[in-house]
Design a protein around this ligand. Structure first.
Ligand SMILES: Cc1cc2nc3c(=O)[nH]c(=O)nc-3n(C[C@H](O)[C@H](O)[C@H](O)COP(=O)(O)OP(=O)(O)OC[C@H]3O[C@@H](n4cnc5c(N)ncnc54)[C@H](O)[C@@H]3O)c2cc1C
Ligand code: SF4
Length: 495
């Protein structure tokens, strides 16, 4: 009996999910390009191009390998599957358990049979059994448990290198002079060109070069490029924001990990094999492994553990409408923000520090509504998906969850950006100043934010130092006056 193997756009892998269970001689592979997924919102052009082109390449490669494949374009995924069901009456539809609440409910209602989602290293039940034993959901505790469970970078019961983390070696600012190397670029092929020609005119952002590969071969090339050219210096500069390189020593692997072209298991295996060659510092290897087996798995685990309503949290009651600068980087004089939004506009990507300490920090300090900010982040990042954006934005970035994920907000003034980035020289503002016309908006808003939420943070022992700093401010009235001007200026695109 023919079975329909439905392959979602984030499960493009022949050795995982439903494909792993498929039989070439009898089963029928189906991919659905849903119009709802590509229109109706201001999606980034590169995001659309990437997701669609990867799926079309995947379908093409399966056909070339002898599979029976239907690539269906329809208004919604369910419409597409209805079409398949009608032409294959009685056939069972199989899919790996979807990666979002919405798709899980929709496909379950439609009667799709789910098989194990093995795209992560940690199953939901395993994560739940860890989470249920925790008083607080500290990523570090989860990460150490992962290292022990998976036997990664372990020397018996001890961590390789004698420490669980090497933060003292890492977190270095960008040097004045440094060779960041070149990112890998690809060539647009016929399928890419076809997708480019069909892109929705509503889409946001630009596409000049092909930065994001659209096939398994290109994803593997990106992985090889990272391990050959950037892995050794990943650790020390993972938080640095240089102005002469948009990618620094980051891997640029998240889009492929999130759409299935690469798996976490193979990336970890390749990292450990490269480390075994002996010329990669432990600080870089551990720093990278932590991201993959720690942060990525923790975020996915927490998405499911915290439930569907978690996304609606707005504990700080932030109600400001999204600032105009998020759609138009010329709508601000803040050099760091303008530069980071321009990066997003050009490539749909920046690394975690600009996401957290520039974009999210600004949304947090100005009190932008977390759900509006979440929608924007979902639309413009190449690697965005519900499971990863919801905890990162609602928990880590905007502290909208009352500290469930992070015990204190990631709020910072201009001093942090000035130290870790190279934007302040040439900016209209001075990162050291908190009041006056040339005060750095981040610095002003940081103190204003602490003051606005003073009651809330008074009982948070991790905010003790910051709140002490606030109490010692001699010029709070001037700071508050300037903060009001800054907020008006950001709303109207004049600051
Ligand atoms: C506010 C905010 C939003 C984010 N949104 C996303 C998102 O939508 N999709 C996404 O994949 N990552 C997201 N991240 C995490 C991180 O910024 C990106 O994974 C990373 O920048 C991708 O670039 P890279 O592959 O070069 O990563 P590298 O710096 O090379 O790190 C290696 C890998 O670690 C994983 N990783 C690291 N941190 C995280 C994390 N916090 N959550 C999940 N995976 C992580 C990613 O798979 C990444 O590819 C977000 C972080 C923040 C602070
Ligand atoms: S002075 Fe402030 S606004 Fe300007 S680049 Fe530095 S941190 Fe950003």
């Amino acid at each position: 009996m023919t079975r329909i193997i439905y392959v979602a756009f984030d499960q493009l892998n022949v050795e995982r999910g439903a494909m792993k269970t498929a039989d070439k001689s009898t089963d029928h592979i189906v991919l659905v390009e849903s119009q709802r997924m590509v229109t109706g919102r201001k999606w980034h052009k590169q995001r659309l191009q990437f997701l669609i082109s990867c799926a079309r390449h995947f379908a093409e490669e399966l056909r070339a390998d002898g599979w029976t494949v239907s690539y269906i374009q329809s208004p919604t995924t369910i419409d597409g599957l209805t079409q398949v069901k009608t032409s294959n009456p009685g056939a069972e539809i199989i899919c790996a358990t979807p990666n979002s609440y919405r798709m899980r409910a929709a496909l379950a209602d439609f009667g799709v049979t789910f098989v194990e989602n093995d795209f992560f290293l940690t199953s939901e039940s395993l994560f739940t059994s860890w989470a249920e034993k925790q008083k607080t959901f500290t990523m570090e505790n989860f990460y150490r448990a992962q290292r022990r469970r998976l036997g990664i970078l372990m020397d018996g019961a001890e961590p390789v290198g004698g420490a669980w983390n090497f933060d003292a070696d890492n977190r270095q600012p960008p040097p004045k002079v440094h060779d960041w190397g070149e990112p890998l670029y690809f060539e647009f092929d016929d399928i890419d060109q076809q997708v480019l020609g069909e892109l929705d005119s509503q889409a946001w952002g630009n596409i000049a070069d092909k930065i994001w590969g659209t096939s398994r071969t290109e994803a593997l090339a990106q992985m090889d490029h990272f391990f050959a050219n950037h892995f050794a210096e990943f650790g020390p500069y993972e938080d640095a924001m240089p102005n002469s390189s948009w990618s620094g020593h980051h891997s640029l692997l998240s889009p492929y990990l999130n759409n299935g072209l690469l798996t976490a298991a193979e990336v970890v295996k390749a990292a450990l094999a490269r480390f075994a060659q002996g010329d990669i510092p432990i600080s870089s290897c551990e720093g990278f492994i932590r991201q993959i087996i720690g942060w990525r798995e923790y975020i996915n685990g927490m998405y499911w553990y915290l439930g569907e309503d978690y996304r609606d949290n707005n504990h700080l009651e932030a109600g400001r409408t999204l600032l105009p600068l998020f759609h138009d980087p010329s709508a601000t004089k803040m050099r760091c923000v303008s530069s980071v939004v321009t990066d997003v506009q050009e490539r749909g990507w920046t690394h975690h520090i600009p996401r957290l300490m520039v974009l999210s920090n600004l949304a947090l300090l100005t009190g932008v509504n977390p759900q509006e900010f979440l929608d924007w982040m979902r639309e413009v990042f190449i690697d965005a998906a519900d499971w990863v954006m919801v905890p990162n934005v609602i928990g880590m970035a905007t502290h909208a969850d009352d500290g469930v994920l992070m015990t204190k907000p990631y709020a910072a003034g201009g001093a942090y950006i000035s130290k870790m980035g190279q934007f302040c020289k040439g900016c209209a503002f001075d990162p050291k100043k908190r009041s006056g016309d040339d005060a750095c908006p981040f610095t002003t808003l940081y103190w204003d934010f602490l003051d606005r939420h003073a009651e809330e943070f008074a009982t948070n022992h991790r905010m003790f130092q910051q709140m002490g700093g606030l109490r010692r401010l001699s010029d709070l009235p001037e700071v508050k006056t300037r903060a009001a001007q800054v907020l008006d200026g950001l709303d109207s695109g004049l600051i």
